[in-house]
Design a protein around this ligand. Sequence first.
Ligand SMILES: Nc1ncnc2c1ncn2[C@@H]1O[C@H](COP(=O)(O)OP(=O)(O)OP(=O)(O)O)[C@@H](O)[C@H]1O
Ligand SMILES: [Mg+2]
Length: 690
Amino acid sequence: MSVVDDAELTLKERALGLLLELSEQLAKAKNKSERDVAWIQIQAPKSLTVLAQAWAEHEDSMRSRLDSIELMPGSSVRARSLRKALTRMAREHRSTEAADRILESLGTVASALTMLPPARVVSPNILASCNVPRGWVLGDDGIYKLRPDGEESIRVTHYPILLTGRTTDVLSGEARRQVLWNSPSGWCQKTIERQTLVEARKITGLGKHDAPISSNNAAMVVKFLMDFEAENAEQLPMVQSTEKLGWLPDGDFILPEKRVVPPGVGAYPFTLAPPAGMEHVSRACEVAGTWEGWLEAAEVAKDSPIAMGVLYASAAAPLLKVLKASNFIVDVNGGTTGGKTTSLRFAASVWGRSNDGRPSMLHSWDMTKVWCEQTASFLNNLPVILDDTKRAKSWRTVRDVVYDFAFGSGRGRGAKDGGTRNTLEWNSILISSGESAITSFSQDGGTRARVLGLRGQPMGTNPKVGSETAEKLTELCSENYGHLGRRVIDYLVANHDHHDDIVEQFKVSRDRFRNALDTPVSRRHASNLAVLEVAAEIIHALGVPRPRRSPFAFLVASAQEAGKDSDRPLAALQEVVSWAAANQTHFVGRGERLPMGGYRQPQYGWAGTWAADNWEYLGVNGRVLRRILKDEDFHPAEILDRWKERGWLLTGTQLTRPIRLPGGVQMRCYCITPAAVAAAMAERERDLKL
Ligand SMILES: Nc1ncnc2c1ncn2[C@@H]1O[C@H](COP(=O)(O)OP(=O)(O)OP(=O)(O)O)[C@@H](O)[C@H]1O
Ligand SMILES: [Mg+2]
């Protein structure tokens, strides 16, 4: 039997045996034709296969044996061409073997991993039906890329990472993928934009969530996940998702824990994918305690018109969309320790947690405008609740947030998705609190028509009763929350076909309020009051105890107030001019004359200058002016800008002018024109006649 077929021998022994036979025959050969016979034998396909396989695995020993053959007389050319042929065949052999291995590596994810993610994270069915893509190995210790040349495979990650689902955004149609990975802190699953998944630069961002990705392996991970997606296109479940809470175009409503669908309609897979930074807002909107426990809180609060006002506003937020009504702001303002924060907690408890700190539906004004836009956009049709304007970083933040909120859209961040501008939008109610009226931060008349200011002490003026009520309410709301909001949504979704009736009720109510209000600005609040009234009817029908006296008398009076001073710059001017008129002796030019000549210096110094006749301006000292404005809840900087715009100030390079006082001292004054003073007086006289 030839050495080629000897099954007792190893591959290497058989191959070396063949070469040995060849060299023996060549040594024995007496002429060229005998040498040719020896070479023809070794080139038999069977022999060549054995040689090539052995070459692939034991190249060194094979090569040295062939080298010695090459040195034999008349053999060098043939030995060299055999060496070439074997090298090529060995390479081919290696790659077929690798291809076989690559095919073998196809197995399911469930069979590849011994440590499987828990069923609450991902359904075992998905793991059992998804395959590890060709060319890759997946194991508990990470993913490996197989190399077709048979070289050792390359380790890509130290932990497994894979896709578990595909989602599309119901609103934007944007594609997202659910990515699952293991890490030292356990299994984690996130829904991310597909765009993030396909770009190495973006996917490294998952590193901060402990995903096994860094800038070193990102490109390979992207490749693996793309292969995974292609291999498992059929198996990966398709789920609808959204980035926002609130109404869907089909009349369903998204809450963090579920998609609320009309009764009788089967729920289908759905996932909420809060944008980065909004996860805690989503977590705050949850249910705890009991409905009965929360009703006790409502029982405690029901006779406070302010607490009920904010309760209606909180429950009314999702109604705006149904009623096609505009955004508005409910602002609780008044002195400290009156129960403002407590009443906002009560409003927050309609939807979820109302504690201080995160996560909570009650937020502090100590935030940025961008954060507020993002939160408003995420909450979408749920109320945004911001406590205590005093904590805002700047009065400008308050002014801008009020303005932007009222108009229902933010400017959006550009960078997302490489340049497409995502405008942030919402249709909702902002509930705010602060010591001074939120309208005092903006001198813009337009926002006044959108801010319903509820001024007073929400927990009443009796300190003992007030503090007890506040404490009881806080305690009950911290244990029982989230119930009323769910009931309102269930009601609205279930009555989708009756929304027209709700709209009719709203219109009737709005017309009634219009008739009850008389100034143009306050009449614009009729719609806001009607929204609150519709919400009140719904929640009382759902079982919330009715107050002994309707809070609407108070709410109407509050709307009436809003109309009073809608021209803030003018109202501020009136304050200053009336003060000057009542305190004329404080002005140089109108001071009290002393018997021996000269003027009596006023007790607190000169307030400015105001010539007795033919005066060119009323000059008011900056310190005095600011004090008058602040006392009346105006923002001096804003007011002065508006005055300047309206040409009410004589200005030079600065807003103030230097004025020489008796005795030669200089003082800087804001100089109001006679026309402005006359306008202020005329308005005041008209007001008084009214
Ligand atoms: N109307 C009230 N009369 C007396 N005490 C009250 C009243 N309202 C609240 N309190 C007491 O003040 C505490 C704080 O209440 P809360 O935080 O709601 O007041 P606030 O108006 O937000 O005050 P601040 O201006 O400090 O923010 C309550 O726990 C309660 O003890
Ligand atoms: Mg407070």
